[in-house]
Design a protein around this ligand. Structure first.
Ligand code: WT7
Length: 671
């Protein structure tokens, strides 16, 4: 590995989608001096240790970072690859590691969670109080007959109770499956059925941006759709006190469930491979897949990356703005920060309420030191502060910040620079963390006290992560040449399988073309000629990334064609300044192609339909109606052409193989 010069502005070139990025920023010296991994030599020493003795490396870290009730003797079992097993004969409990361990380590009275509600109300929860809350919750779940191996769906807003619900499941060995509160009743129903869940934990309502939005009503709707016969109970956390329906015998208030419970709950010691959670994500086919994670390897990764990537220290106030409905909220809110005894801010609201300076106001109010957010949020706050000086970060005392992070999508160099200058005051390293639901935690990211940063590049893999770029045949490509991102060796926090679908796991992530041994991330990437730095160039499958939310084009297409008016639909991504990508749908109706006002009306109707089928995040920004879609003579939809049309660019490709070239004209305009 060729570490770049650490001097600023030494002009290493990074090809970034045609642009040349030649700025390089050394980690600020005061930061590097105190960092857990300080300097490139320290990083390289860890990489070398992993190269030398791969299993020994992970075994050492697993012993140092996790408390095992039963120590493991076998580190990695590859007998049934790609169904890898890590630390398989070890036993542990995730909630014990995140809570009890802190009580023993002198953190009992330390604040675990600072909860900032949408309206600005603050609640502090110590480790001792969180432990008590989780134990009571766990005992309550047990009283409903929920036991090790059962699946529990959590459909809640950002709250202490949401984190406690997850930890309570972990405590009794139940596997949780959190469904993001923005998903529709139908999406929720599909996930409940696939997981075979025995209970749903939800709120009466959630509060976001001053509005009360239903949750329990959506659960009712999902369960009324049928097929959810495995569900015995719905536990309801009262957040707003808004009116809800209650089904006797099935529904129970959280307070009624936990109030009489004991504040002690012996953890269920589970095998390292026991599924801690399932989290549904989108793939290239119509149905979402339940990514299954382990307990031991996953928790190791959550704790370790808090130290490596976030350089977490006892006095930090850490804030990750993700929702617990996404993997970032799992690893970097519920499990990671608690596993290392950190104090974290959990925010219920949205970045733009009551004004677009809310993030910076929160940072100032709680003296946040580590701030982790999505590029899409940064871009929208840049726009907001361009339009309104008052919400610019310079108007808030954010001098407590010492480290910044981004996640979920590529960050464009301009947004990176703005973040670096205006939020980090050129004193905070930025960790651009590349990872996925499937990887469990960070994979490729700068280490803040070691890696010189290049805007727009996630730089280098973490120690022990054997990331590489290969061609279609699975051969390594040289630096400077784009290709397919793979990971050549298993790592502790990797996806274990797709719930109920091991075949899809194997075929999708460990394809035979690459010998069945390389993990295929689904992203394209390129490495810099001189620095070997990685830049992610985007998905190579039919997956879109809208505001850091992952969505399958097929999923949206299936939702559209489920509408009785629709004959055919094709969905593509279109580059968007704020959201990264936006959804553009090409639709053929069973009736004649609508125009003018009628087209607008039908587009709104279809948009709302998709909102109902999947959730508001999946609503196409644009809908274009045609008499047909551009197809080859064999009937294949030419998505490449649709992407060009969506961008509004001139078609330069040869369209002579098109069955119906005249259709292209119709598809240039959105309704
Ligand atoms: C996809 C995974 C990572 C947790 C939240 C999203 C894209 C993620 C980066 C980054 C460029 C990124 C990839 C990846 N992605 N982080 N730092 N730079 N692209 O998890 O929903 O599973 O999405 O997000 O395309 O495959 P996810």
């Amino acid at each position: 590995m060729n570490a770049p010069s650490t001097a600023q502005g030494t002009g290493q070139d990074t090809e970034h989608q045609g642009l040349v990025e030649n700025r390089i920023f050394a980690p600020p010296a005061p930061f590097a001096a105190q960092a857990a991994v300080s300097g490139m030599e320290a990083y390289q020493a860890l990489c070398a240790e992993a190269e030398r003795d791969y299993e020994g490396f992970w075994a050492r870290l697993a012993r140092e970072n996790i408390e095992w009730q039963m120590p493991f003797t076998r580190t990695l079992n590859e007998d049934n690859a790609p169904f890898y097993k890590w630390f398989e004969d070890g036993k542990l409990n995730a909630s014990y590691n995140c809570l009890d361990r802190n009580l023993k380590n002198g953190n009992a009275d330390k604040t675990a969670i600072i909860f900032e509600a949408d309206d600005g109300t603050v609640t502090n929860v110590t480790y001792k109080a969180l432990h008590e809350k989780v134990c009571k919750f766990a005992n309550g779940l047990k009283s409903l007959g929920i036991k090790k191996g059962d699946r529990v769906v959590i459909y809640m807003s950002m709250s202490v109770e949401g984190v406690a619900a997850m930890q309570a499941c972990a405590r009794i060995g139940a596997t949780h499956s959190v469904v993001f509160g923005g998903f529709s009743a139908k999406s929720l129903q599909e996930r409940i059925i696939d997981a075979g869940a025995v209970a749903v934990i939800t709120n009466d309502e959630q509060v976001r941006g001053g509005k009360q939005l239903p949750l329990k009503a959506i659960v009712d709707e999902a369960l009324a759709m049928g097929g959810c016969d495995t569900i015995r109970n719905v536990v309801v956390y009262k957040r707003t006190g808004g009116a809800i329906n209650f089904k006797e015998g099935r529904d129970i208030w959280l307070s009624d469930l936990v109030d009489q419970q004991s504040a002690e709950c012996e953890p269920e010691w589970v095998e390292a491979e026991h599924p801690l959670f399932i989290l549904y994500t989108s793939g290239s086919t119509g149905t979402p897949k339940g990514v299954q994670h382990s307990t031991g390897g996953y928790l190791l990764w959550a704790a370790l990356t808090m130290k490596w990537t976030f350089d977490i220290k006892p006095d930090d106030v850490y804030w990750c703005t993700a929702d617990i409905g996404w993997v970032t909220g799992h690893t970097y809110i519920t499990y990671g920060p608690t596993a290392v005894g950190a104090t974290q801010l959990i925010f219920e609201g949205i970045p733009t309420y009551p004004h677009a300076g809310r993030f910076w106001e929160n940072v100032a109010k709680h003296k946040v030191t580590i701030f982790y957010t999505a590029p899409t949020a940064i871009r929208s706050l840049i726009k907001a502060s361009d339009g309104d000086e008052k919400v610019h970060p310079k108007n808030f005392d954010i001098s407590s910040l010492r480290l910044l992070g981004t996640v979920g999508e590529p960050i464009n160099p301009e947004a990176w620079m703005w973040y670096y200058r205006n939020v980090g005051r050129e004193q905070c390293p930025i960790v651009d963390t590349f990872w996925q639901t499937e990887t469990g935690g960070h994979m490729i990211t700068p280490l803040p006290g070691a890696t010189p940063m290049v805007p727009g590049s996630c730089t280098l893999p973490l120690p022990g992560i054997m990331a590489a770029i290969v061609d279609e045949a699975g051969h390594d490509v040289p630096n400077g040449q784009g290709g397919i991102l793979v990971v050549k060796r298993p790592w502790p926090s990797m996806i274990r399988t797709i719930w109920n679908n091991p075949e899809r796991f194997k075929a999708g992530y460990f394809p035979e073309e690459f010998g069945g041994r390389y993990y295929l991330a689904g992203d394209g990437a390129i490495r810099n000629k001189d620095t070997s730095y990685f830049t992610i160039t985007g998905r190579i499958d039919d997956v879109l990334n809208v505001s850091g939310h992952r969505m399958g084009t097929m999923e949206i297409e299936s939702a559209l064609v489920a509408n009785p008016l629709v004959a055919e639909a094709a969905v593509v991504g279109k580059p968007d300044d704020t959201t990264g990508e936006s959804i553009c749908a090409f639709v053929v109706l069973k009736q004649a192609r609508p125009t003018g006002e009628e087209a607008k009306k039908l587009a709104t109707e279809l948009r709302n339909w998709v909102g109902k089928e999947i959730g508001p995040i999946a609503k196409p920004k644009e809908i274009r109606f045609g008499d047909n879609l551009p197809k080859t003579r064999s009937g294949k939809i030419m998505r490449r052409l649709l992407r060009v049309l969506a961008k509004g660019e001139a078609i330069t490709q040869d369209v002579s193989t098109l069955e119906n070239p005249a259709i292209l004209e119709q598809l240039k305009e959105s309704a």
